[in-house]
Design a protein around this ligand. Structure first.
Ligand code: NAD
Length: 485
C-alpha cells in the first residue's frame, strides 16, 4: 500500500497532452498523494473503431478508481460518432456539473472584477437525450426530456452545495413561460426544495433576462442551478466573463464516480505549440484533490497558481501589456507555479479549503402514485397536399374518421392552431400536422380506441408519423394546449 489514491488520467487530444503533463508535474511537486493510471480515449480510440471514443479497458480503470481526470478530446466530425463527454457523464451517472466562474482581477483583465459564481448544471437529461428524428421532408425533431427525480437531484445538490460552502443565494433560470410542463416542473421542484433551506435566499428568472442580468452584474449572483443546455451555454458565457475560457473548470459529480476537466476543448489551432493555458485543467485538478480528501495540497496549488498570475506570469490568452510581466508557454507556466508552492497571494483571496466540506447525500423524495387516464391522442401526419389548406385536412378527417370515443378537436401546424381556424393565420404551414383527438367528455378511453383510430387514418391514405397520448394525472391534463386553442 502506498497510501496514495488511484486515479484514472486521460491525456486527450490536441493541446490535451501538453496541458495534462504540465498539471501532473505541478500536482506531483505539490505532494499530491495520487497514483496515476493512464488510459487512452478520444481520437485514437475513435480511429481504432470504438464509436463512443472509449475502450473496454479504459472503462474498467474508471469504474475501479472512480475518479477520472480528463484532458479535452477531439470529437471527429461527421456522422457515426457519439460525444464521448456525454457518454461518460451518462454512463457514470455524473448528474451534477459544477462550474465555478471566478474573476482574478486585477491580475487577469475582466469587465467584472467581483464575480464569484458557481453554476450547477444538470448533466444527464434535457435535449442531451440525443433522441432526434426526421419526421417529414421538412421537419426534424429533438426530444427534451425532463424528469422529476432528475430535476430534484440537481436542485437538492445546488442547495446542499450552497449550504456546505457557505453560499447565500441560489438562483434558478428556466423558460417556463414557454415550456410550462418541462421547465415548469423544474421551477416547481426548485420552489419546493427551497423551502427546506430557509437560510438561503432564492430567486427564479426567465433564462433570457437572467443571462442578460448575469452578463451585466455577475456580482449579484451566487449559485445558479439550471437544466443541461441552459447550463452549458451560461457556464461558457460566465467563464468568458472572467477573462478566458482557458480558466473554466468543470467538475462532474455522481453518487459513486467523478470526472474533472477544463471546460475548453482540444484547441487544435494551437496544439503542439506549447502555448496553451493549463489553468482550467489545473484548477479542475484542485477540485479533484478536494474531492479526494486532500484539501491542503489543493490549497497549496491554488495559492501558488494565484501568486504566479499575480506576478504577471501569463500565457498568451490572458497576456496583456499593461498587467502582465512575462509571456510564458505551457510548461514555463507550470514551472512558475511549482516555484511558488508554499506562497500565498498578496491581493487575491487566499484559498483555504475546509477539511470537511460535507454535503448530505442527495435523497429524492418518493412521490405519491397518481391515477393516470388516457383521454385522447395527438396524431402527427405527414401531409404535403397542394394547397396546404388546414380546412381541406380537417374536412377529410371529419369525413373519413368515425370513432365513437375520439373526436377531432384541433389541428396545429408548428404548434399554432390552424383548424378550426378563427381567423386566417398569416404564417406558412409545413408538411407536419398535429391532429388532436379527444374524448369529448374527458372520459378514459382504451388503447384499442387509439389503435382503431390509427387504422382508419391509414385506411384514409394518410401517413401518420407519430402519436403522443393525452393523459390525465389525478384529473390534471398531462399535455399542453395548442397556441391559440
Ligand atoms: P476550443 O475550446 O478547443 O477552442 C476555442 C478557442 O479557445 C480556440 O481559439 C482555442 O485556441 C482557444 N483555447 C481553448 N482552450 C485554450 C487554452 N487552454 N489556452 C489557450 N487558448 C485556448 O473549442 P473548439 O475549437 O470549438 O473545439 C475543438 C475540439 O474540442 C472539437 O473537436 C470539440 O468537439 C472538442 N471539445 C472537447 C471538449 C472536452 O473534451 N471536454 C469540450 C469542448 C470541445
Amino acid at each position: 500500500m502506498t497510501g496514495k489514491t488511484h486515479i484514472t488520467v486521460a491525456h486527450g487530444d490536441g493541446i490535451g497532452p501538453e496541458i495534462m503533463e504540465a498539471c501532473l508535474r505541478v500536482m506531483q511537486a505539490a505532494g499530491a498523494a495520487i497514483e496515476i493510471e493512464t488510459i487512452e480515449i478520444g481520437e485514437k480510440a475513435y480511429l481504432q473503431g470504438h464509436t463512443s471514443g472509449i475502450s473496454a479497458d479504459a472503462w474498467e480503470s474508471i469504474y475501479r478508481t472512480r475518479v477520472l481526470y480528463k484532458a479535452p478530446i477531439t470529437t471527429p466530425q461527421g456522422g457515426g460518432y457519439k460525444s464521448l463527454n456525454v457518454t461518460i457523464r451518462k454512463t457514470l451517472g455524473l448528474f451534477a456539473n459544477v462550474r465555478p466562474a471566478t474573476s482574478y482581477f486585477p491580475a487577469i483583465d475582466t469587465k467584472h472584477p467581483l464575480m464569484k459564481i458557481i453554476i450547477i448544471r444538470e448533466n444527464e437529461e434535457d435535449l442531451y437525450a440525443g433522441i432526434e428524428h426526421r419526421q417529414t421532408a421538412e421537419v426534424y425533431q429533438t426530444l427534451k426530456l425532463i424528469s422529476r427525480p432528475g430535476s430534484e437531484k440537481i436542485i437538492r445538490y445546488a442547495f446542499e452545495y450552497a449550504r456546505a460552502n457557505n453560499r447565500k443565494k441560489v438562483s434558478c433560470f428556466t423558460k417556463d413561460n414557454i415550456m410550462k410542463m418541462t421547465d415548469g416542473l423544474f421551477h416547481k421542484v426548485f420552489d419546493e426544495v427551497a423551502k427546506e433551506y430557509p437560510e438561503i435566499k432564492t430567486e427564479h428568472m426567465i433564462i433570457d433576462i437572467g443571462t442578460a442580468r448575469l452578463a451585466e452584474r455577475p456580482d449579484k449572483f451566487d449559485v445558479i442551478v439550471l437544466q443541461n443546455l441552459y447550463g452549458d451555454i451560461l457556464s461558457d458565457v460566465a467563464a468568458q466573463l472572467t477573462g478566458s475560457v482557458g480558466l473554466g473548470v468543470s467538475a462532474n459529480i455522481g453518487e459513486q464516480h467523478a470526472m474533472f476537466e477544463a471546460i475548453h476543448g482540444s484547441a487544435p489551432d494551437i496544439a503542439g505549440k506549447s502555448i496553451a493555458n493549463p489553468s482550467g485543467l489545473l484548477l479542475a485538478g484542485v477540485q479533484m484533490l478536494v474531492h479526494l480528501g486532500q484539501p491542503e495540497v489543493a490549497a497549496r496549488i491554488n495559492n501558488a497558481w494565484k501568486v504566479a498570475i499575480e506576478d504577471g506570469i501569463h500565457t498568451a490568452d490572458i497576456y496583456r501589456e499593461d498587467r502582465s510581466t512575462t509571456k510564458v508557454g505551457t510548461q514555463e507556466f507550470a514551472d512558475a507555479v511549482i516555484d511558488r508552492l508554499g506562497k500565498e497571494p498578496e491581493y487575491l483571496r487566499v484559498v483555504r479549503f475546509a477539511d470537511e466540506i460535507r454535503m448530505r447525500p442527495i435523497v429524492v423524495k418518493p412521490q405519491p402514485k397518481l391515477k393516470k387516464e388516457l383521454v385522447g391522442v395527438d396524431v402527427f401526419l405527414d401531409w404535403d397536399n397542394d394547397p396546404r389548406d388546414p380546412e381541406i385536412l380537417g374536412n377529410l378527417l371529419a369525413e373519413k374518421i368515425h370513432s365513437p370515443e375520439l373526436k377531432l378537436v384541433m389541428i396545429t401546424n408548428r404548434g399554432l392552431k390552424v383548424y378550426p381556424a378563427d381567423e386566417d393565420p398569416v404564417t406558412f404551414c409545413t408538411d407536419h400536422w398535429r391532429c388532436r383527438f379527444k374524448n369529448p367528455e374527458d372520459k378514459p378511453v382504451p388503447h384499442a380506441a387509439v389503435i382503431a383510430l390509427l387504422t382508419q387514418i391509414a385506411a384514409a391514405g394518410l401517413d401518420f408519423i407519430k402519436t403522443e397520448h393525452l393523459y390525465l394525472f389525478d384529473g390534471q391534463p398531462g399535455f399542453s394546449l395548442g397556441q391559440g386553442e
